[in-house]
Design a protein. Sequence first.
Length: 568
Amino acid sequence: MMEVDKHGDVTNSSQEKTVFDDSKELNPILTDLFTDRSQGPAGSVQVREVLSHLKKNGLRPLTDPRFDEFMRQMIVEHSGHGDHVEVKKQVSVEEFQAAGRSCPGLLNRALSCSLAIPEFKEFCTQIKSIYDELRNVKGGKNAQYIPQLARVNPDYWGVSVCTVDGQRFSIGDVNVPFCIQSCSKALNYAINVTEHGAEYVHQFLGKEPSGRGFNQIHLDKNGLPHNPMINPGAISCCSVLRKEDSLAERYEYTEKMYKKMAGGEFIGFSNATFLSEKSEADRNFAIGYYLKEAGVFPEGSNLKETLDLYFQLCSVEANCDSAAVISATIANGGVCPTTGEVCISPDAVRNTLSLMNSCGMYDYSGEWAVEVGLPSKSGVAGSIFIVIPGVMGFCVWSPPLDELGNSYKGVLFAKKLVELFAFHSFDGVLVDQTKTDPRLHHERGTQEINNMISAALSSDLVELHRCLELGMDFNLPNYDSRTPLHLAVCAGNTPVVKYLIKTCGVEVNPVDRWNSTPLDDAIKLELHDLVKYLELQGAVRGADVARGFTGVSKVRYGDVLRKEQDLF
Ligand code: GLN
């Protein structure tokens, strides 16, 4: 007996239910896509195919902590000559479903290609092309004020991205450590607001762009440093950071917070840079004394310790790969995408993003807000943390700086990024939308299919015609490989069936995931007129399609997935 479920699809009570609770169980339909039944009806899930599919979607199942438990079930440990671990070739469907219970939501979204960036492979290809285009570009100069920064290889060039779903892509010198320098300013502010609330923190610093160089000695109209993204405000921020504790504990705590935001990935410390910073720090000492005289710091704070903490936090190291996770944590509302740990409060994220947007790129911040339109923070070692709220975080790193102190190549990268993709915060208002939006591809596809299917089911010829005018593909199947024609037949609406075949030119024998063609549905529902009509149009039954009687080669969604090659 056919019935319409609450999603508007038709289910057959003899078939398994397709409505599925994403939060607890792995969708059996998705497991099915990776199940080989050639050796018997129970079938076995091809583990390597699953892993390569996850990797193609930017996930790192072998190191991503969200997959820890799942992966434990997917490997065999060999003991003997030096223990080693190997990925199983296949597991039973039951084993796979059981393992999937440790991360069902993530696996469901990954296996159905519905992560933050659904077509991640294509997206990475485009990021790589920007990276390659800039690889040999020369321009700018390393920061000279301390030897450790001046002597870094100026040809280092790395780009890393991490989406809010933890999809990763890194290219170039992405594992080379660099000091995060002023990028620490955004993090320190975020940590402070998380700890104390914005109202308290802003007793010691403002929110306005200064219109002056990052290390100018200057206060705003309220007698406070302008904002936390440049030195006076950043030093003030350090005076607040865990101020009750010893310097050692304050540093330790903050470094741990950075590491937490980086999902436990690489965070180091360059003592040489710290010592140089400190010995070359006349200007920062001058700023510090000026702030102290103006009564900016919280009561009882020790200037020397505050500055030490400031220099130390500038000397913390990350690499592009780990720093992209930090940016992604900010993009993800303060929750680390790869560990799920809450690092920064939503309020603090909102404030941090606002100030990164208006003040994060030194005296280029206004220009950046217009040209790039993404909250970002740059550091004098050549890194830029770029955040696309709700979508992803980038870290780009190239040591030579332009005259305003931002990474020369990093700025070019960001400009090209928003030329290509609709990522600028205000791109949504563009009428003539020529840029692509990698967030939407999948959504749009799913939406289109759902529209067509519900129009077919409800016999809405007007809507179907609109879809046709928009150039939609009426052969596209839904998650059960059912097409508008299947649904129109189930609705028993001959005019719509005729419209789909004659006007839209749809394939007459699409096969759904139960191997049924529209003719099978018509026969099952005893719709004799439709059976006759379909047969006249060359319709055959699913079993015949399977035996190759028609020469129709209908590739199903699962087969397409299986054929995809592993890019990385
Ligand atoms: N350590 C640097 C300073 O205060 C940080 C500067 C920067 O990255 N712009 O001079």
